[in-house]
Structures are given as C-alpha cells and as structure tokens.
Design a protein around this ligand. Sequence first.
Ligand code: SF4
Length: 392
Amino acid sequence: MVNLLQFDRDGLAAWCEQQGEKPFRATQLFRWMHQRGVADFGAMSDLAATFRDKLRAAAVIAPLPVASEQVASDGTVKWLFDVGGGDAVETVFIPEPGRGTLCISSQAGCAVNCRFCATGHQGFSRNLSSAEIVAQLWHAEFALRRRLSLAPGERAVTNVVMMGMGEPLQNYAALLPALRTMLDDHGYGLSRRRVTVSTSGVVPMIDRLRDDCPVALAVSLHAPDDALRDDLVPLNRKYPIAELLAACRRYLERAPRDFVTLEYCMLDGVNDSAGHAAALLALVSNDGAAGRPGLACKINLIPFNPFPQSELKRSPPARVAEFAAVLQAGGIVTTVRRTRGDDIAAACGQLAGEVQDRTQVAARRERAMAIVVAPPASRRRGALGTQPGQRA
Ligand code: SF4
C-alpha cells in the first residue's frame, strides 16, 4: 500500500496515471487530502466509484500515530509522533496574533551533533519520508481546525518552519516534495515567504534549494568565528563560515525574502560576550577595505533551553540585551526569541530523547561501537547515518 501523503501533486498525477486515471483526478484527490483533511476515500464524493475502488485497493492516507500531546497555557501545542522502531519526532504549534507557526521535524535524531542541541545528543536514527514530514502538517492543521472551530477556508497553520528535529538539507529528497505540497495552491497554499528552511549550513544543498524551491532561509550560526563554530556546530569544519555566508548571498538572488535569518543560541560564557557581538557585527557588515561583502540578514538571539547532558547554561537576560544592543547599534535588525510553552518546556528533541532513552539509545550505541570496530569506511558511513555533505 502506498501512502498518498508522500506525493506532491506532480507525483500524485504520475501515480494516478499508473492506475489508468487522468492527471486531473490527482488534483481532486490532492484537494480532498490537503484542503479538507479527508482520509476516507469513500467520502470523496466527486471521485468516480471505480477510482475510489482502485484507491482502496492500492493506497492509504496514513497519518502518524500520536504518542503524546501537550498544550501549554499560552496555547503552544507540542505533539510527539511515533515513527516506529522506537523513534519519535516532535512537532510544535506556536499561536500568535494573526498567525500560527508550525515547527516540523525532518529526521529522527540528527547527525550534525551541535553541542547545545538535545536532538543532536541523541545521534542520528533515520530520515523521515516525505509522507512523515507532510503528516505532521496534516495532523496539526486539521486537528487544530476542529479544536478551534475554524470557519471553512480558515487556516490554523499560516507559517511553517523546518526547524524541528534533524537537518532538513540532509534529507533533501524527502524535503522537496513536502515543501511543494505546502506551497501548492491545491494543497496548503502557503506562500514561499511563510515557509522557512533552517539549516546548520549544508552549503551545496543551499544552492540546490535556491534552484529547486526557494523559500525563506534561516541559518544556525551560533558563533562569529570558525574556531568557536567548529566546536558548537561540527559541520562547520566541512563548510566554514566564509563558504556558508557566500552560499547565503547566492541564495538571496532567488529567495522570496531579501534577507537570511541567522539563528544565534546564547550560551553563558561561551559565545555571548560583547567581543562576540562585535565580531558577529563585523562578519555580516559590508567592509570593502577588508574585501568582505557582508550579508543582508536579521539576527535572532535564542535563549538556550538547557537539557541534562549539555553542561551549558543560558545567558543571563542582561547579557542577551547587551549583545542585541551592539548589533542594533550597528544597524542589524535583531530580535530575541520569546520562550513559549514554558509549562510544557523541554528543549527541542528532549521529549523524543526520553522515548529513545527508554528504548533505543543503548542498543544504537552498541551497534555504532560494533560498526566502528568492524567494516570499511564506505559501509561505516552509511550505517552511522551520515549523509552526503556531512562530515563523517
Ligand atoms: S541544532 Fe539542528 S542541525 Fe544541530 S544537532 Fe540539533 S537538529 Fe541537528
């Protein structure tokens, strides 16, 4: 059985053709799925009975099982989805006046291993499929429409950020159809400006995304120089800051927004001094004398969300304010992310990590140890789950 959530509209049209159906049937089916949230083929009243029979025989519209749901007093909702094999992924809905943002996961675990990230600490388990990425939006949109009693045509999710668990650009093949489904006017109809891909800096795939499906771009920077970023975001050893910023400038040639968002997690005593702020300002500022073109950007300062194994601490609010003031005085639009859903607080990836701790982590570590000792490098790379563009 094929899960139809995996297809963008072109993919669904190709599949319908294989079933002997005209491509326009795919548009009807796509609208039932993604505009009305219908999973029962029998309820799709404008499809021919013969087509519905074919669908029942060959396909499903399979949502992800919900392992848990938490609702904070400020309306933030956090779902934990069971993706099988002892893995779980998180999806978070953040309501604000006039908009609702959904933060979606792209992988179970993550291979990048950023020091400040609970997901990175778990290691990499596997890529999510396109269906599993879209299923997070599908569930959130239609569960919230029902809960909030929205009028027909009213949307719960107005913005999507690919900023949950995983590095989306290391799961590009699954990401692309999922993005296209989000943007499709017969699907969720989100504008490119309202869909953001956040990356730790997989430079070649930033270029691919620019060519294939330019949406808003956020980059997890977290440090103003390579020495510190090598430590905080190990992928920097493969794609250092100068290459990353050059890729961002190329991206802006086709991006729907005229700036890149730089994410900067504020870590007490690590990257949060006035000197770091000055270095960051210099990095993104145009300096012809130094041969540095700068970068059109906004900077988002993120209060660190501590988790037990991190050995890192959140910067005090006064230091965050000083840091922001240095950037703002230099003309850089700088925001400090508000913490949301405090009463269900957990660092991104922490809930899923707790599930894994009860199930998979010990076994996975044993497997990884066995892999490290035994086979040749090519097999080791695949088995450990690193991806093209990833430092092994
Ligand atoms: S911050 Fe993002 S890229 Fe880094 S380990 Fe966490 S999920 Fe992976």
